[in-house]
Design a protein around this ligand. Structure first.
Ligand code: SF4
Ligand code: SF4
Length: 311
């Protein structure tokens, strides 16, 4: 779960005759630059995130039974959906109060539906295709990138395992306080409720986290804190929907790792690292498609493992 890298012997790096730019009769730079700037998957994804928020807002404002509630707990056409980390906290609390046997069938159906869906589609797909904070952070990343480019601003990284400390920590806090404490600081819930029911002072907390990310550590919340994202990663650890990498089409430019927010999942794109002709990204991949859009060789694509690529 912690280290996605293969322990197999790496394949030998491709000789220059087998590189995609040579096969295309170009220099490496010509091949790399021939790729038209594409934002296909990014645009589709942003439309989905915004569209979901609009559905929540319209359902509330016009009293429609389309997508009611918020991202912490909702009803889609009357069908319950529940945030799985929220559910874990509720289970921790109810195990101390004896209320666990009284949890409703809607609770179990809502949880089961979400778990099943993301176990197939990839748990962290939720992060880039549903979460409004991910979208906000993508936009504020532009500020950070400007600081890095102009002033050589330094990024501060941490060990990825600290997210498991937060994951366990918030469950323990719920258990001992009998309160859903994480929900008070949860970016997903705060932003979702703000859009539907209106803003409050809690937005200062969101602003503080964004400033911290822009000035000190890129995507700190998503990478190291958010226990919902960690839960989603666990749920989707063996998901069939993934990003497929084909070694023969790769030119080792690593443009994909530059745009990826979790570049360790693309470890196999480095010269001399791939251990097989085809690799799939691991559980931290959010299936955002930025790497698919950026690859000059078309070496990356959405795919259902065992079937074939989808794009
Ligand atoms: S997979 Fe990554 S490193 Fe390989 S060609 Fe595509 S963008 Fe470059
Ligand atoms: S590997 Fe590709 S799809 Fe996965 S998170 Fe990175 S850029 Fe997004």
């Amino acid at each position: 779960m912690f280290n996605p890298q293969s322990t197999k012997e790496p394949l030998p790096p491709k000789p220059v005759e087998a590189m995609p730019h040579t096969l295309a009769g170009m220099t490496f730079n010509e091949w790399r630059q021939k790729k038209q700037k594409s934002h296909k998957w990014r645009n589709i994804r942003w439309s989905v995130v915004i569209g979901l928020s609009v559905l929540f807002i319209l359902s509330f404002a016009l009293d429609l039974s389309i997508l009611e509630g918020s991202l912490s707990g909702s009803r889609l056409l009357g069908f319950y959906l529940i945030d799985p980390y929220n559910s874990l906290q509720m289970l921790a609390i109810s195990s101390t109060t004896g209320y666990i046997v009284h949890l409703t069938m809607n609770f179990w159906i809502g949880l089961g539906t979400i778990v099943l869906f993301y176990a197939i589609m990839g748990g962290r797909t939720y992060c880039s295709w549903v979460c409004p904070y991910h979208l906000l952070a993508e936009w504020t990343d532009k500020m950070r990138d400007l600081l890095v480019r102009k002033y050589k601003w330094k990024d501060h990284t941490f060990h990825r395992s600290i997210r498991y400390v937060f994951w366990i920590g918030f469950i323990l806090v719920a258990f001992f306080t009998k309160n859903l404490v994480f929900e008070d600081v949860n970016m997903v819930g705060i932003l979702s409720r703000t859009m539907i029911y209106g803003p409050g002072l809690i937005l200062l907390w969101v602003l503080g986290v964004i400033l911290f990310e822009v000035l000190y550590s890129k995507r700190f919340w998503c990478r190291y804190v958010c226990p919902l994202g960690t839960t989603m990663g666990m749920i989707g650890s063996v998901a069939p929907l993934s990003i497929k990498f084909e070694h023969d089409k790769c030119g080792y430019c690593r443009d994909c790792q530059t745009v990826c927010l979790v570049p360790h999942v693309l470890w196999f794109v480095q010269r001399g690292k791939a251990t097989q002709a085809v690799h799939y990204t691991g559980q931290d991949c959010t299936r955002c498609g930025l790497c698919v859009d950026s690859c000059p060789g078309g070496a990356l694509s959405y795919s259902f493992k065992g079937i074939d690529k989808l794009t």
